[in-house]
Design a protein around this ligand. Structure first.
Ligand code: IPE
Ligand code: IPE
Ligand code: MG
Length: 234
């Protein structure tokens, strides 16, 4: 029995700092290694037939880290989204972002905007980057959008159900089928709280910079042999 390929995979890319510290390197070197790993592993995941890939790149809480680490990560986003625009276009991957704008800088918001526009017609898969993202904030923001629509007489409240509510999230993506967290932490850390309602969870000790094709195959293998019910009897 096999469950086939999950349509939507989400990854909490954790452990960059520990990966670096264990080798006597600076934490920021771990973030760079994580970025390089992401490009390779993401292409592999999409080549397997996964249509939606969501990655946790920076949480709202991550702004509490040192000024040095936060500014390194912000610069990395700017450089990466500038230099990888063609990478995404060439591989036919549509890039979208989830998270709040504030307090991201205009420079970061502009490169995000540019890459979203350049890839909006790409068809092979959707890459959802969660930057300045928090799951509770996403639900609060969704509730506010809904209230705004109601105030403007744009919705019939009786038609709002759990399916319809997805349209109010940062992006209207299908529910997550498989959620992976690297580096041994066994918690959700406020990631995609609405969309993981029935996701299969997979935790690995491997830190994100080492999460390669073989590591993804292990997660997939585990997923494919689960007894997935989504509430029905199996
Ligand atoms: C995940 O790695 C990347 C970000 C949060 C940006 P960490 O930086 O959390 O690495 P650890 O957990 O400290 O090892
Ligand atoms: C979650 O990792 C956020 C990202 C991977 C971007 P953290 O390292 O920030 O989460 P906690 O603090 O261990 O819960
Ligand atoms: Mg961490």
């Amino acid at each position: 029995m096999s469950n086939g390929i999950p349509k939507h995979v989400a990854i909490i890319m954790d452990g960059n700092g520990r990966w670096a510290t264990r080798q006597g390197k600076k934490r920021t070197e771990g973030h760079y290694a994580g970025y390089k790993r992401l490009k390779k592993t993401a292409l592999y995941i999409l080549s397997k037939g996964v249509k939606y890939l969501s990655v946790f790149a920076f949480s709202t809480e991550n702004f509490k880290r040192s000024e040095e680490e936060v500014s390194y990560l912000m610069n990395l986003f700017v450089k990466a989204f500038k230099s990888d625009k063609n990478f995404f276009v060439k591989n036919d991957i549509k890039v979208v972002f989830s998270g709040r704008d504030k307090p991201l800088s205009d420079e970061v918001l502009n490169v995000m905007d540019e890459i979203e526009k350049s890839t909006e017609n790409c068809k092979k898969g959707v890459f959802n980057f969660c930057i300045n993202y928090g799951g509770q904030s996403e639900m609060v923001d969704a509730a506010k959008k809904l209230a705004e629509d109601y105030k403007n007489n744009n919705i019939d409240l009786d038609k709002i159900d759990t399916e319809e509510f997805y349209k109010y999230l940062y992006n209207d993506l299908p529910p997550v089928d498989l959620m992976i967290r690297t580096s041994g932490e066994i918690r959700i850390s406020n990631f995609m709280l609405y969309s993981i309602a029935y996701a299969e969870l997979y935790f690995t000790e491997t830190c994100f910079p080492d999460f390669d094709e073989k590591e993804f195959d292990k997660a997939l293998e585990s997923y494919q042999h689960r007894n997935i019910t989504k509430g029905s009897i199996k």
